[in-house]
Ligand binder design. Sequence first.
Ligand SMILES: NC(=O)c1ccc[n+]([C@@H]2O[C@H](COP(=O)([O-])OP(=O)(O)OC[C@H]3O[C@@H](n4cnc5c(N)ncnc54)[C@H](O)[C@@H]3O)[C@@H](O)[C@H]2O)c1
Length: 257
Amino acid sequence: MTFTAEAFSLKGKPAFITGAGSGIGRAIALGFAACGADVACFDRDADAARATAELISTAHGRSIGIAGDVTSPDSLAEAVRTAVETLGPIRTAVNCAGVADATAAEDMPAEDFRRVVDINLTGVFLSAQAEARVMLAQGGGSIINIASMSGTIANRGLLQAHYNASKAGVMHLTKSLATEWADRGVRVNSISPGYTLTPMNKRPEVAERLKAYAADTPLGRIAEVEEMAGPAVFLASDAASFVTGCDLVVDGGYVCW
Ligand SMILES: NC(=O)c1ccc[n+]([C@@H]2O[C@H](COP(=O)([O-])OP(=O)(O)OC[C@H]3O[C@@H](n4cnc5c(N)ncnc54)[C@H](O)[C@@H]3O)[C@@H](O)[C@H]2O)c1
């Protein structure tokens, strides 16, 4: 086996990306396109999904925006079908759709807890299931689930037991799916971002703490969205051909302290 830079290319590997209408998902969609992939941009915000697809079509190559909800198996099945019909069998996928808010655990209504787990954890499972049905049939693929460092640490000052639990679930779901599908050529990994400048972090309970979070990060700042693209490209590409069941922490060193 000879290693070449081509191993990092995503050319000929159509991608399906959830949560591609904003923040980290949009940045990863653009990063995949820059590395040669045609990209299906899935988001519950139809205009945002279309806007990402237009950015890709202008700068790089083929892309489509698809509206849908990660909590609905039917919506995902239909979207994956559309992606395959338009771009060809999907070879890579990134499950990035997610939500966050904050409430003290003792006051959190059951429906709030269920809603966050439904989107962040069940939604990742249903997305991976729909994507793997294509990948397993074709004998290979790479799925990347976006977890969070909040799956490992409890964020100081943020009252989000539901969110943290959902992200810990994504990390272990990833390992479970990786072992289940390894012998059929489908790799499954997660990325755990640290604090990243996105609309999610404009919510007041985070925005007012960002300076403190930057100071608590060995690299001394929080991440730009584009800094999540390289790690995702790596995991999607043949350069990561022996990497499965891994959680890649991309947090500027935050969890080291
Ligand atoms: N921003 C951070 O600091 C940070 C840190 C760690 C992990 N993450 C994770 O990264 C992912 C992206 O976060 P972001 O900061 O880019 O947020 P964001 O709010 O900018 O983007 C999230 C996207 O997901 C979409 N979405 C939400 N619910 C959906 C649903 N049910 N079906 C389809 N699409 C849906 C939204 O419309 C939005 O476009 C999330 O899973 C988040 O938990 C973010």
